[in-house]
Design a protein around this ligand. Structure first.
Ligand SMILES: *[C@@H]1O[C@H](CO)[C@@H](O)[C@H](O)[C@H]1NC(C)=O
Ligand SMILES: *[C@@H]1O[C@H](CO)[C@@H](O)[C@H](O)[C@H]1NC(C)=O
Length: 269
């Protein structure tokens, strides 16, 4: 059910946003199923038991590509805790939960959220914790043939988020030193953090396992008004021969179905 955009030889996935639950999650599965060409990534599948999602998935006939690790277990607005010193046990527990979901949904990718630098801690302490947690995650992932992803998120979207910079991400990936931890390159964050898109995409490509797209700054459909020309960006991805999925991580300005029409525009037959 991969959408192979004919000209670009790219695959596309639909983002099921942070707070959707069944029945909304199921409706999204059905919408994607109706397109019969798309797969899904789900930021927060944890509000529904995995078996129930798997059965919705089977009914609608779509593949799951990616899930995120739980971001907010204490309900206090956190964004994961892979970098948080002193919470390694919680990380391990929540990561195991992600593995259960990923296995049940047959999702190859897990986006491992870093969390924020907690008060009283600092960059180097967080880095140590993060790298060590990612190493344990990598070893579990390698046994299952799955990929963990880390994603720089811009500091306007999540102030104080630890993984907020591409050079840091590359350096962390090198320190972890595992084939099972790679980069999630969100073009929205890339533009917001540093711009320089053409060169950056080429530089980061060897680390990039998954890409997400949306317009800047509104985070709506790629063809909505904004800073980025996605006709060009898609051509760059084709030029560098990016082979993976493209996640449509945007807030549809016009509803999911209407919003998907951009695919025809950016991926002409
Ligand atoms: C960071 O925190 C650790 C643990 O509290 C401390 O040992 C270290 O000196 C701090 N490093 C910096 C650069 O402040
Ligand atoms: C743009 O990217 C290139 C290649 O990585 C780098 O050499 C250059 O410094 C970057 N430009 C800016 C303004 O960051």
């Amino acid at each position: 059910m991969k959408l192979i955009c004919p000209l670009w030889m790219l695959s596309c996935v639909v983002w099921v946003s942070a707070d959707v639950c069944i029945p909304e999650g199921c409706r999204r599965y059905e919408t994607a199923g109706a397109e019969s060409t798309l797969a899904l990534e789900t930021a927060n599948p944890y509000c529904v038991p995995p078996e129930k999602l798997a059965s919705a998935q089977a009914t609608c006939g779509v593949n799951q590509v990616m899930i995120n690790t739980p971001k907010d277990e204490r309900g206090d607005g956190e964004f994961g805790h892979a970098c948080v010193p002193g919470r390694e046990k919680e990380f391990k527990y929540s990561f195991e939960q992600s593995l259960v979901y990923a296995v049940t949904l047959r999702s190859s990718y897990i986006h491992i959220m870093s969390g924020c630098i907690p008060p009283g801690s600092n960059e180097s302490e967080c880095r140590k914790t993060y790298v060590s947690n990612l190493k344990s995650a990598a070893s579990a992932l390698s046994k299952l043939g799955m990929q963990g992803l880390i994603e720089p998120i811009n500091s306007y979207s999540i102030p104080n988020y630890y993984m907020n910079c591409y050079d840091k991400a590359i350096s962390v990936i090198n320190s972890v030193g595992s084939q099972n931890i790679g980069l999630l390159l969100d073009i929205y964050h890339l533009q917001t953090i540093q711009g320089n898109l053409t060169r950056s995409i080429a530089d980061y490509l060897p680390y990039t396992k998954h890409i997400q797209i949306s317009q800047v700054p509104g985070r709506h459909e790629p063809n909505s008004p904004g800073e980025l020309n996605y006709g060009y960006v898609m051509a760059v991805l084709q030029l560098v021969r990016y082979q993976g999925w493209i996640g449509l991580e945007y807030h549809p300005a016009k509803g999911t179905e209407e919003g998907l029409k951009w695919v025809q525009e950016c991926c002409p037959t």
